[in-house]
Design a binder for this molecule. Sequence first.
Ligand SMILES: Cc1ncc(COP(=O)(O)O)c(C=O)c1O
Length: 396
Amino acid sequence: MPIDVERARRDTAGCTNVTHLNNAGSALPPRQVVDAVVHHLRLEEEGGGYEAALAETDRIEHVYGALARLIGAGPHEIALQENATRAWDMAFHGLRWQPGDRILTGRSEYASNAIAYLQTARRYGVRVEVVPDDEHGQISVPALRELIDERVKLIGVTHVPTQGGLVNPAAEIGEVARAAGVRYLLDACQSVGQLPLDVREIGCDLLTAPGRKYLRGPRGTGFLYCSERLLESLEPPFLDLRSAVWTGPDSYRVRDDARRFESWENGVAGRIGLGVAVDYALDLGLPAIEQRITELAEGLRERLRALPGVRMHDRGVRQCGIVSLTVDGHDSSDLLRELRAQRINLSVSTVGQARWDLAERGLESVLRASVHYYNTEQELDRLCAALPAPRPTGLG
Ligand SMILES: Cc1ncc(COP(=O)(O)O)c(C=O)c1O
C-alpha cells in the first residue's frame, strides 16, 4: 500500500510550520509518539517515576518486540540505549584486542566510530584499515575480500553515511564477514526506519541506530542489536546492576540477553515513544516508506540538476533519501542559515564528521537535504526556489 501522505501530514504537527528536510538529523515525530511520551511524563508527575514505569511495564517490554520485528531479530537480541553512539560503543568496546589485530572499515565511516577505532589503535596497537571504494563510491566488496586474513577481528561499516545518499552493500559485506568468520558491526543510523532491514539477510553480528532520525522517535533514544551467537562472548565495557547480578560478596553474573548492554537508569518516556514510533513505521510498511522516500529524493535530484551552479555529491549504485549538494560561490553554513530563516530546515555535513570521505573528495562541507515520506513535491519546489544563484568562484 502506498503511503497516505495526507494522513501522515495530519499526524505531524510540524508539517504546518516548516519544510523539514533534516530527517537525517532528527525527523518530525508523529503526534502518536509525542502523546505517548507526554502521557508517561504525566504518570511520573502524578504518581512517581518508578511507579509509572511499573504501571507501564507492558509498553516498555513492547519496545523490544517492536524493534526486533523491525530488523528481523529476537527481542532478547535488543538493548536500548540513549543514542546510537552509546549503543555502538557498548558493542565495540566490548571486543578484546591484541596488538596487530586489524579493523577493516569504509571511507564513509561516521566520525565517532572512526575516533573510537583510532583510540583503540593507540591503546592496543590495533591497525585500522580503510577499504577503498569501488568506481561507484560504495565500499569495494572485492577489495574487502582481498584484505581479509586471520588478523582481521572486525569489519565495521556505516550502511548509509551521514553525508550523502549512498547505500553501502551491507549484505554483500555480510557474506564476506561470514565466510571469513569475522565479526561485523553495522552502523545503521541512517538506514533504520528508511529502508527495510533484516539482520539475518544482512548477516551482521551487531547493528546500531538512534530513534530520532528516520524512525521519527524521541531524541535521547537508540538501540543495539547483538546477535545471540555473540551474546555470551561479548562482555560490555562497563556493567551495573541492570546488566549484571551481584551474586555474592566477590561475584557477579552478567545477564544472558542483550540487556547486558543497558544501564539501570534511563528515560522511560522516550523509550515508550520509541516503541510507538516503530509501530507507526511498521504499520506503514518499510517497503512503502523506502519507495516514497526514494521517489522524493530522485525528484529533488532531478530538480537540482536543472539549477545552474548546484552540484550534487551523492555516490553509490543505490541511493536513498539523503541528498548532498553545494552551490558554487556559497558557503554551506550561510545557506543553511538563510534557508532556516525561511523555515526550510536542512543541515550541513562537515569534513570533521566524515573525514575519510569528504577530505578525499576535497569537500570542506556539503548542504544536506534529507527527505521523509511526509515531505511533498511542493516542499521540494520551495527548497529549489529558495536556493540562490551561483556566484563566480576563484579569483579569475
Ligand atoms: C551514520 C551515523 N552514525 C552514527 C551517528 C550517531 O548517532 P547518535 O547521534 O544517535 O549517537 C549518526 C548521527 O548523525 C550518523 O549519521
